[in-house]
Design a protein around this ligand. Structure first.
Ligand code: GLN
Length: 255
């Protein structure tokens, strides 16, 4: 008997959609919502801009998009980094509580411990995930392909960052999200892209990443669904169009 999804609701929080939204990153929340609705799962999307707040414990999934360096720094006051009961401290709690989080590029970098700018100045960031980013003189720009074992898929996307992210070498809880096949990835040096920590997934891949990578989108939704409704599983969708888009880009990028 098909599961009654009419009683299932997933609550998604899009943080700073007005500031962190490069290359149409908001297409990721549109994808997450639509892939719930197609399954009869109610999806509630809450957007929180500068000065707006909510009870983070209500949310199953958080999304942060990409942004310019300047944009990232305009958010630091609003995040209240290092302050009790701030957005930053509640994001740290949400990560530790296994909420599902997808963070792209600038949003990715903000979740780390700190950022070292080209001027050598170190700025504390949210500290929700143990890693740091420093800034390279040259930007890492171009199409991207990486293999993602967590969701058993090859991800296609696009990157544009000067930040080079470095994962802790001795923390088994932090793992690369994937192995770079095309592009730079985290830092253009170690051959890895993104990270996973608890249910937090970070990547430099814009695109937006989720519409053309349905396995990635459903991997996030499945984690959020089973955290809210233990034992619940996502019904399959007809992804022929999404797979066509994915495979045509993959074929082109593989030459
Ligand atoms: N400003 C950051 C960097 O250049 C992130 C850029 C982005 O989000 N595309 O590394």
């Amino acid at each position: 008997m098909a599961k009654d999804t009419s009683t299932q609701t997933l609550r998604i929080c899009h943080l700073y959609p007005d500031i962190l939204n490069l290359y149409g990153d908001r297409g990721n929340t549109i994808t997450l919502v639509q892939r719930c609705l197609w399954r009869g799962i109610d999806a509630e999307l809450t957007t929180l801009g500068l000065g707006e707040d909510a009870d983070f414990s209500d949310f199953d999934l958080f999304f942060l998009g990409g942004g310019q360096d300047f944009d990232q720094f305009t958010l630091l006051d609003d995040l209240g980094i290092g302050k009790p009961n701030s957005k930053a401290s509640r994001l740290v709690e949400a990560v530790a509580d296994d909420a599902v989080i997808l963070a792209i590029c600038g949003g990715y970098q903000l979740l780390g411990d700190y950022y070292i700018g080209r001027d050598g100045v170190r700025s504390d960031f949210i500290g929700a995930v143990p890693f740091y980013t420093d800034s390279a003189p040259e930007r890492m720009i171009g199409n991207m392909v990486f293999t993602c074992d967590d969701f058993d898929t090859t991800v296609v996307g696009f990157e544009n960052h000067s930040g080079k992210t470095h994962l802790p070498p001795d923390n088994p809880e932090v793992s690369p999200l994937g192995k770079v096949e095309v592009g730079f990835g985290n830092n253009g040096e170690d051959g890895y892209e993104g990270l996973r920590y608890h249910n937090t997934f970070c990547t430099y891949s814009h695109g937006p990443i989720l519409p053309k990578n349905p396995a990635f989108a459903d991997g996030l939704l499945q984690l959020a669904l089973s955290r809210r409704y233990p034992g619940a599983t996502l019904a399959p969708l007809d992804d022929r169009l999404e797979d066509l888009a994915h495979d045509s880009v993959l074929k082109r990028l593989r030459g």
